[in-house]
Design a protein around this ligand. Structure first.
Ligand code: ADP
Ligand code: MG
Length: 703
């Protein structure tokens, strides 16, 4: 066995965060007063002094140059869901023909990218191209590929948010304000700030680049638009947590190193349920940083995979018939003095603080289920949510045995005990007895309590986690605000708290479900309980315009009505464009690859039938196959024409994005499914030599 030597470990410790302008670096390199002032801005949100920015810029530049940077970029997260960057070099010519490296406070604080080519949902006509990026000092700058990356928020000339970061930061402030109010009423005098924390588990697929390059659908849309079910899928359950193949392990090791350098605390890696599917989870951190880090993780996965001759697929459903990919958004709230507000302790029944915050989440999730649903809605994620796959489109919460029992006790008159976890014996003295958790897990719940945090499992693998988290933060902020409004008015706080908790249980227990969320019975039961079951993105988008949600976002200063309206439009547009690209890709592949292959094989088959008949007189097998292929080909060709027609119809509806999105869903997307069925059948009928693209077996098992 190779001995790991101490040096390697030291090297690893040195690598972590080595490309990040993080707190230790700031403390070391910034003058003391400047450091203190910047820290205050980071921690308490006190305004940034321009003189401080000037010094920070200069020090940051020297540090970045020391790391090999020649450029800087304001790094932002427009509504495309991915990140954007424009690089400027530090160079500045001097009058005597030399050049020096310069970076001013102004350049650090503010950038001015042309905003006209980013989605704005009608907020900004293209002639009003100005957009601004503003330094977000709460997320540390870093050096990557020869540039200093400065995390920034992105807004229009008129100050409307054009990005994912701005509402997230605003929502964190909102939650902080309301949580502090509640904590104060509960007697907490020390907490200065409450922040939400997130650890997103990222699922992804890895396939061979040579095969990827032969699939136009993967290249253009990120998913396979055709592909017959392979003889083997995930039914043997032999991939989950399975031994990691050398080639994948080398990729993962390389990925970890790259992420550690950027200060992303990549912690867990394993094979996932579907063949060629894997997962990476970092250690949780502040929501804002976790969101930036998740973007970096996705980008780095793609980049590092290419180095290994591999391609990383982040699409929610790259392959039909096997699991798609999601992102488990583990979420909690913690105080500046180190308390996790969702830590139940040993006896949650008498942990009032925990029960108050838990109640706020229960009420919030029930009342704003539609908002959480749309936060996880995307064309790619439609293949998971609402299809026959985890998790379902119905929002419910899993609390587990212990908490459910406590709520039942409260409803019946008062909670007096918490069921203990106990220990578990494994039946042989050579194995240790294990402490048991108070609840088992529920893998099917979209919103599950997992000991000291909630896991929101609906988010798609490709999506930014900003949307889910700013909705979650704002929803919880609103309910905490309602609680605080009541509690601040009464003299008997204990009594009012009991009343609030009881009310929440009575009014909102319908959202709690500890059973199997994939079952048919649950769909029926949820309907009886009046829980919404919003099956697709187009229907989910309506929530963005719902009056109660506009009021919510406006009240907490997270998004204005205008900003919400623009997001609604952008969501419809993204849906329309995505389905349109997929449909056009299908048409092209059908006409230029599949149909010619089928025609070629059918013609050759006809020739061989002729030859066989010349010497045998019986070509029944060949003829039967010929007939089957002919029939499928006819259907395929008819559906191809139909798809082209539906695309034309849907395209013609421009002007009304909602109606157009509905047409893309009901006409185009539906016909795509019919065309695919024919193609997938043809794939199983014709000679492998003729099939013009790699099959599922090759894509999924040839690593
Ligand atoms: P599992 O797959 O069993 O759900 P993982 O260990 O893969 O668990 O992922 C759990 C994630 O939850 C990790 O990213 C972890 O850092 C995160 N997490 C743990 N505690 C908290 C917390 N208090 N707030 C937010 N995320 C947390
Ligand atoms: Mg996991």
């Amino acid at each position: 066995m190779p001995q790991s030597n101490g040096n390697e470990i030291t090297a690893l410790v040195d690598i972590y965060g080595s490309n990040v302008f993080n707190d230790p670096v700031m403390r070391q390199t910034l003058p003391k007063e400047i450091y203190k002032s910047l820290r205050q801005t980071i921690e308490d949100g006190s305004p940034l002094d321009p003189q401080v920015a000037e010094v920070v810029a200069s020090v940051m530049k020297d540090w970045a140059i020391g790391k090999g940077a020649t450029h800087f970029t304001h790094w932002f997260q427009p509504m495309t869901g991915i990140t954007a960057e424009k690089h400027d070099s530090f160079i500045s010519p001097t009058t005597d023909g030399r050049m020096i490296m310069e970076f001013s406070g102004k350049e650090l604080i503010k950038g001015e990218p042309d905003a006209s080519s980013f989605p704005s949902g009608g907020l900004r006509a293209t002639f009003e191209a100005r957009g601004y990026t503003a330094w977000d000092c709460t997320s540390p700058a870093f050096v990557k590929d020869g540039s200093l990356y400065i995390p920034t928020a992105f807004a229009s000339y008129t100050g409307e948010a054009l990005d994912k970061k701005t509402p997230l930061l605003r929502s964190m402030d909102a939650l902080n304000r309301q949580a502090l109010r509640v904590l104060r009423i509960l007697g907490n005098k020390t907490t200065k700030r409450v922040t939400t924390t997130v650890g997103p588990e990222q699922e992804y697929f890895i396939i061979d680049k040579k095969l990827f390059d032969q699939r136009e659908d993967l290249i253009l849309t990120g998913r396979t638009l055709f592909g017959a079910k392979p003889p083997k899928g995930q039914e043997l359950e032999d991939h989950y947590f399975g031994h990691i193949k050398d080639r994948i392990a080398a990729f993962m090791a390389d990925l970890d190193t790259e992420l550690w350098k950027l200060g992303v605390a990549a912690k867990t890696k394993h094979n996932e349920v579907a063949p060629a599917q894997h997962e990476l989870a970092p250690i949780f951190t502040t929501t804002n940083i976790a969101t930036d880090h998740n973007q970096l993780t996705m980008e780095t996965m793609k980049k590092v995979a290419l180095r290994h001759g591999l391609v990383c697929l982040l699409h929610e459903k790259p392959f039909a018939g096997i699991n798609g990919s999601g992102k488990h958004n583990n979420w909690s709230m913690s105080t500046s003095d180190g308390q996790n507000l969702l830590e139940p302790g040993k006896t949650p029944h008498d942990n009032i603080q925990f029960l108050v915050f838990l109640s706020a989440i229960i009420k919030g999730v029930d009342e704003y289920a539609d908002l959480l649903r749309v936060s996880a809605a995307s064309p790619g994620n439609d293949h998971r949510l609402g299809a026959n796959e985890a998790p379902p489109a119905i929002i419910s919460m899993f609390l587990g045995e212990q908490l459910t029992d406590i709520l039942t006790q409260i409803e019946a008159g008062g909670a007096t005990k918490s069921k203990p976890g106990g220990t578990m014996q494994l039946g042989t003295s050579s194995l240790p007895s294990l402490p048991k958790d108070t609840t088992d897990r529920n893998r099917t719940s979209p919103f599950a309590f997992t000991g000291n945090k909630f896991e929101f499992r609906m988010v798609g693998s490709m999506q930014s986690i900003a949307g889910a988290n700013f909705c979650l933060n704002t929803i919880v902020a609103e309910i905490l605000c309602q609680f605080a409004d009541r509690l601040e008015k009464v003299s008997n706080v204990q009594k009012e708290i009991s009343a609030i908790i009881l009310e929440v249980i009575k009014d909102h227990k319908r959202v709690i479900f500890n059973g199997n969320n994939y079952s048919e019975e649950w769909v029926a039961e949820a309907k009886k309980r009046g829980l919404p079951n919003i099956k697709n993105t187009v229907d989910a988008i309506a929530a963005i315009r719902a009056e109660k949600n506009l009021i919510l976002m406006e009240k907490h200063g997270v998004l204005s009505r205008v900003e919400m309206e623009s997001r609604c439009e952008i969501n419809y547009e993204i849906y329309i464009k995505t389905v349109n690209i997929e449909a056009l890709t299908m048409v092209e592949m059908s006409k230029r690859l599949i149909l010619p292959a089928v025609i070629g094989y059918r013609a050759d088959l006809a020739t061989s039938i002729g030859s066989v008949l010349a010497i045998d007189g019986n070509a029944d097998v060949e003829k039967a196959l010929f007939a089957q292929i002919s029939e499928s080909m006819k259907s395929f060709s008819a559906n191809l024409s139909k798809l082209e027609k539906t695309i034309k119809t849907a395209t013609g509806l421009h002007g009304d994005t909602k109606a157009q999105a509905e047409a893309y869903r009901d006409l185009v997307f539906k016909t795509m499914g019919e065309l695919r069925k024919d193609a997938d059948l043809l794939e199983t009928l014709i000679d492998a030599e003729y099939w013009p693209m790699p099959t599922y077996s090759q894509l999924l098992f040839n690593i």
